[in-house]
Design a protein around this ligand. Structure first.
Ligand SMILES: [Zn+2]
Length: 147
């Protein structure tokens, strides 16, 4: 096998790894169904996604939302149905999501696809809010610059 374009073996390997991560991600996302779930435990009202978003607080630690009918507070969830299986994760607002990512990164600069995929709660919230890894990364970089 020859490596053209001046790639060294390790550069070539890294590029291949990155491409396969992107391809794997694309496949996962094409088949994933992400459904917000929030049924009030007090009055059984089923919150819509917009109810959930209205009920979030501007607080990086309190991730609850509010029932619009009885005002009880509880944590909404995302129900994930994807080729790798099913999962339920907490539904976070974008600011809470970014705070958590930032905390785990501990000052490291890049949020890689690999990093996100090893944190399912962060990963699915990222995709639910921004649609793609790249759009989320753009929003994250802007959020970080505004701190
Ligand atoms: Zn309620």
């Amino acid at each position: 096998m020859s490596f053209e374009f001046g790639f060294s073996l390790s550069q070539h390997h890294r590029l291949e790894q990155r491409l396969s991560l992107k391809q794997t991600l694309r496949l996962r996302l094409e088949h994933a169904v992400i459904t917000p779930r929030a049924i009030c435990s007090v009055c059984r009202y089923a919150l819509t996604e917009s109810d959930i978003k209205i009920g979030w607080l501007d607080d990086r630690f309190d991730i609850t939302t509010e029932c619009p009918t009885c005002h009880a507070r509880f944590i909404a969830e995302l129900d994930i149905d994807e080729p790798n299986g099913n999962a339920l994760v907490h539904f976070l607002c974008p600011q809470q999501l970014f705070h958590r990512v930032n905390q785990i990164l501990k000052g490291r600069q890049r949020v890689g696809i690999g990093f996100l995929q090893t944190h399912p709660e962060l990963f699915w919230n990222w995709i639910r809010h921004f649609g793609t890894y790249d759009l989320g990364r753009k929003a994250f970089v802007e959020w970080r610059a505004s701190l």
